[in-house]
Design a binder for this molecule. Structure first.
Ligand code: PEP
Ligand code: MN
Length: 359
């Protein structure tokens, strides 16, 4: 339930609404807006008596959120949420964010080389798994803590913020010590204890759609994270299972505008897992940005033929550089732009230099 305050409601009136909600045994989340404040009632079990709140001074209206997910919905919050993972790198604003890197961290040299290649090509964040959810227990499972350390080295050498996966609750705390954004993979989208854990940790989360999850399922999973008080969630369309075996997954482009209508959270596309085929990654990355995605996450490897995981869907660095140039052209056409990366990496512009020199 959402309590919308009148434009001129006083702080005292807002505090009274918050107190009343708490007295009723629920949690109150005041959300100051540009013109008026709304107060969310969290934990509605269907027994809330709205009339008690409606009659309080300063209340304009009480809205019953019709969707099963509440805090994630556009009804709850109209303005887009912007999730910042490093100064200058934000999802959900005007800029689209390109996250790139190998599927797995394989060695210090591999991840540092990949980080430099993707940064120089125009990526704003580095991806790479240290804990890998593999279909076979005999496949490479990732370097674990060592992999996280190598990611930290790559960040120190390139300035790129790091996005990496946490597989379980215990691992999430360790990953959070190194990552700028915690990835919850498709296989864990409905691991509710893990979702609650990353909600409590409070760092930005990249939540990938499960391979057999509906869009409502995805939004319900995001609700678990927001319900713990962490609103910094970016959703990711990464393809769903279909009957066609010519691709690894069916990249569901419609999910992008659908989610943007239903939710205020940013959504990005993962055309690498979405297609599973290197030559399909580029056209689908273009399509995701054209469809309005707030970014893409793309697998790029210094030597895909030698990759320990997902080599067949990883781009060669020069292919990735061409893709970034194409994404710039697409963003221009739709009134957006590609993020220039972390502010710490930006070269002072000619104008900035002149201004500093007092010219
Ligand atoms: C990955 O990003 O490497 C990954 C395993 O993704 P997903 O969870 O979407 O399969
Ligand atoms: Mn992968």
């Amino acid at each position: 339930m959402l309590v919308v305050m009148q434009n001129h409601a006083t702080q005292e009136q807002i505090d009274r609404v918050v107190e009343t909600i708490r007295e009723m045994g629920y949690e109150a989340r005041p959300m100051p807006g540009e013109t008026r404040t709304t107060v969310g009632l969290v934990g509605n079990d269907g027994r809330v008596d709205g009339s008690r709140i409606e009659s309080l001074a300063g209340v304009a209206e009480v809205i019953h959120v019709s969707k099963p997910y509440k805090q994630v919905s556009r009804e709850w919050k109209e303005a887009n949420t912007v999730v910042t993972i490093a100064p200058g790198v934000s999802f959900g604003g005007q800029d689209i964010v390109i996250v790139a890197g190998p599927c797995s961290v394989e060695s210090e040299e591999q991840i540092v080389t990949a980080a430099k290649q993707v940064r120089d090509a125009g990526a704003s964040a580095l991806r790479g798994g240290a804990f890998k959810p593999r279909s076979s227990p005999y496949s490479f499972q990732g370097l674990g803590k060592k992999g996280l350390e190598f990611l930290a080295t790559a960040r120190a050498e390139t300035g790129l913020p790091v996005v990496t996966e946490a597989l379980d609750e215990e691992g999430a705390h360790l990953v959070a010590e190194y990552a700028d954004m915690l990835q919850i993979g498709a296989r864990n989208m409905q691991n509710y204890s893990l979702l609650r854990a990353v909600g409590r940790i409070g760092k930005p989360v990249l939540l990938k759609r499960g391979m057999a999850a509906t869009i409502t399922d995805l939004l319900m999973s995001a609700e678990y994270i927001l319900a713990e008080g962490n609103g910094q969630v970016v959703l990711c369309e990464r393809g769903i299972r279909s009957f066609d075996n010519l691709t690894r997954n069916l990249f569901d482009l419609t999910a992008i505008p659908l989610v943007q209508r239903l939710s205020h959270l940013p959504i990005i596309g993962d055309p690498s897992h979405g297609t599973g085929l290197r030559d399909k990654v580029i056209p689908m990355a273009r399509a995701a940005v054209a469809a309005g995605a707030d970014g893409v996450i793309v697998e790029v490897h210094p030597n895909p033929d030698r990759a320990l995981s997902d080599g067949g869907q990883s781009l060669y660095p020069d292919q990735f550089a061409r893709l970034v140039a194409e994404l710039r052209a697409i963003t221009n056409a739709i009134g957006r732009s590609v993020s220039s990366g972390p502010t710490s990496n930006r070269q002072p512009s000619a104008r900035g230099t002149a201004a500093k020199a007092g010219v």
